[in-house]
Ligand binder design. Structure first.
Ligand SMILES: Cc1ncc(COP(=O)(O)O)c(C=O)c1O
Length: 394
């Protein structure tokens, strides 16, 4: 059953979504209370039975749900325009639980060559133990997608934009191709957020986020989520209750609080990243700038068609290799050298040294990770300050 379209803009939805109505009103508190309880009690056996039969709305045990987490799920659902949402303890718990639920033993999925390292690791090392095979395609090559689809393909999993090269596929066309073959489309839209892109509007079946990033927005909490049709989310929620990677109510509260400023923060991050990308492209001292808001980006057309902003992350290559890129990073004064993205602080990392240091140069090359690649995640600092800092570091 689809829900009526929400008439409000992203900021109104981020602030008010699921807050005034739909959650328990406790002591007239304006903010959603943190319900710090691992279990829930029933007045008598009849109430237990009424709960089991759906006649008494309540909670049973913390691994199966919590009122604070539920409010966060509702706010995310409203922001993403979906029917149901599941909040999890991390982005990776959303990835792993979803893949385990949706792909049968000895099944098949399609994924893309540019992808978050740990997702790739789960697909490449854990899923094969269940006989699950993956075909890896170029991030926005629909011919490769069409050729890779098989009768036993359960789903196509892609990030939009991808990590770290910010590739953006044509979600609508990819969904059409997949649906003809009865395969689901799952989009990890962590880098975009619903402020910039709503994959469900283009036919995707599920959207996934590392809510650790823009959703919480302050680099202070781990969380993940999945949004889509109830018939898809419900069985994933069942498995999630078995796997046990549930979010703590306090963490769920931090996600809720962060979400209220999502649209404001994302707009500033978009503005900063576009300015950084424009500056770097015009500056002679950088080799390639990867940002979907640049006309030179291979997927600019797809991005312009689907996105209202291009996100806060810019990747670029510094001439001279590993040491030159490290020297540039060490010369920056504003961003922290740290993995992750999406918080108020700008962060910078060299993927070779950060996420891929345990890999051989050959393995890194196979993943397309170049030694001189820098990933710069813009925070909400003043644009001119970020540009001045980058200029002095170059
Ligand atoms: C695109 C993407 N998806 C998923 C994840 C995993 O999320 P988490 O770190 O919250 O487990 C990350 C983490 O960096 C990511 O960048």
């Amino acid at each position: 059953m689809s829900r009526p379209k929400n008439p409000h803009g992203p900021s109104t939805r981020a602030v008010h979504g699921a807050e005034r109505e739909g959650r328990p009103r406790v002591a007239d508190a304006l903010t959603t209370p943190i319900v710090q309880s691992s279990t829930y009690w029933f007045r008598d056996t009849q109430e237990v039975i009424a709960y089991q039969e759906g006649r008494h709305a309540s909670y049973e045990y913390g691994r199966y749900g919590n009122p604070t987490s539920r409010t966060a799920e509702e706010k995310i659902r409203i922001l993403e325009g979906g029917e149901e949402c599941l909040l999890t303890a991390s982005g990776m718990s959303a990835v792993t639980t979803m893949l385990l639920q949706l792909i049968p033993e000895n099944g098949h999925l399609i994924t893309t060559s540019d992808c978050y390292r740990r997702t790739r690791q789960f697909i490449g090392t854990l899923l094969p133990k269940m006989g699950i095979e993956a075909t890896v395609i170029d991030p926005s090559d629909l011919n490769q997608l069409e050729a890779a689809l098989r009768d036993d393909t359960s789903l196509f999993f892609s990030e939009a934009p991808t990590n770290p090269y910010l590739r953006v596929l044509d979600i609508q066309r990819a969904s059409e191709l997949c649906h003809v073959r009865n395969a689901l489309v799952v989009i990890d839209s962590t880098f975009a957020t619903p402020v910039n892109l709503q994959p469900l509007n283009f036919g995707a079946d599920l959207v996934l986020h590392s809510a650790t990033k823009y959703f919480s927005g302050h680099n202070d909490v781990m969380a993940g989520c999945l949004i889509g049709r109830k018939e898809l989310i419900d069985p994933i929620r069942q498995l999630h209750g078995v796997m046990g990677a549930v979010i703590d109510p306090h963490a769920a509260y931090l996600v809720l609080r962060g979400l209220k400023t999502l649209a404001l923060r994302v707009e500033r991050c978009n503005q900063n990243a576009q300015a950084v990308a424009n500056f770097l492209e015009q500056h002679g001292g950088v080799e390639t700038v990867h940002y979907p808001g640049l006309e030179s980006h291979p997927d600019h057309e797809n991005a312009a068609k689907q996105m209202s902003g291009y996100g806060g992350v810019v990747s670029f290559e510094i001439p001279g290799g590993l040491e030159a890129a490290s020297k540039f990073i060490d010369s920056l004064r504003i961003p922290y050298i740290a993995p992750s993205l999406g918080g108020v602080e700008s962060l910078v990392e060299q993927p070779t040294v950060m996420s891929y240091w345990d890999q051989t140069p050959e393995q890194r090359a196979a993943y397309g990770i170049r030694d001189n690649l820098v990933r710069y995640s813009c925070g909400i600092e003043d644009t001119d300050d970020l540009l001045t800092d980058i200029k002095q570091a170059l």
